[in-house]
Design a protein around this ligand. Structure first.
Ligand code: B1M
Length: 211
């Protein structure tokens, strides 16, 4: 198992999608759990990619190919992370806030929420406050899940909450926030209804918000 997980880890580090997808498939075939592949290999590799970037050894192109390789692996893991849910228990609008292009964490949050029985309306990245409001108006979603990975884009979380207040929809929807620079304290400060540090806890928080 260790050899397979190391291969996947190295694949993400090298931005080698083929290595990652064949490694993930081989691990799944050997009954390694999707959770183990994700937590013991892919997430650690992405953290190292971030460190190499900080140290000036990796640049944006390396980040991009690593992200692409990780998304390829995630696609294979998705069916194993998502349990069959007959009737959706609610709708969640997900998205990365305006100015922010990071979507791996947001996608993982969506996958875990889908696994918990929610229908996901994924708005993608760089989503303006107005687009979030529009998506809730259209879908009647009960929860909005905002993701931010940059300290500079976090400010678009309170801006989005403000847009919901101005639209008159704030009382009909629960807004939760998360992403690497976001803390519970920050979530409280900006008036969010919920915060989670990772994707599996995000699904639990969403469940608590609609119950
Ligand atoms: Co960017 N980047 N990046 N990047 N990037 C970071 C975030 C950074 C920490 C790297 C570093 O310096 N060490 C740094 C941010 C510094 C800061 O603001 N403090 C950074 C920077 C600086 C930048 C650029 C400015 C670089 C440049 O252009 N000079 C630029 C900005 C572009 C923009 O957004 N406008 C940029 C660009 C990019 C790429 C596009 C090349 C690429 C993203 C590709 C993509 O996502 N499709 C990229 C990547 C890959 C990273 C790192 C290496 C990896 C991010 C990732 O996917 N992690 C990242 C370094 C790092 O994180 N160590 C970095 C894996 C993912 C599973 O974790 O997203 O944290 P994460 O999600 C977690 C939790 O945060 C949580 O759950 C997930 C795990 O379960 N979570 C939630 C996330 N959303 C949630 C929502 C919730 C609850 C939990 O509720 C709603």
């Amino acid at each position: 198992m260790d050899v397979m997980l190391k291969k996947i880890y190295q694949g993400v580090l090298d931005g080698d999608m083929d290595k990652v997808t064949t490694g993930v498939q081989a691990a799944l075939d050997e009954n390694v759990t999707a959770e183990a592949i994700l937590k013991q290999s892919m997430m650690g590799a992405m953290a190292e990619v971030g460190q190499l970037f900080e140290d000036g050894e990796y640049f944006v192109p390396e980040l991009l190919v690593a992200a692409r390789a990780m998304q390829g692996g995630l696609q294979l893991l998705k069916p194993f992370l998502v349990a069959e849910a007959v009737e959706p228990i609610g709708k969640v609008v997900t998205g990365t806030v305006k100015g922010d292009l990071h979507d791996i964490g947001k996608n993982l949050v969506g996958i875990m929420m889908e696994g918990a029985g929610f229908e996901i309306i994924d708005m993608g990245t760089d989503v303006s406050p107005e687009k979030f409001v529009e998506a809730v108006k259209k879908s009647g979603a009960q929860v909005v899940a905002l993701s931010a990975l940059l300290t500079t884009t976090m400010a678009n979380m309170p801006n989005t909450i403000k847009a919901f207040e101005e639209s008159g929809l704030r009382n009909t929807v629960k807004i939760m926030v998360g992403g690497a620079p976001v803390t519970e304290e920050y979530a409280k400060k900006i008036g969010a209804d919920g915060y989670a540090p990772d994707a599996s806890q995000a699904a639990k928080v969403a469940l608590a918000l609609v119950s």
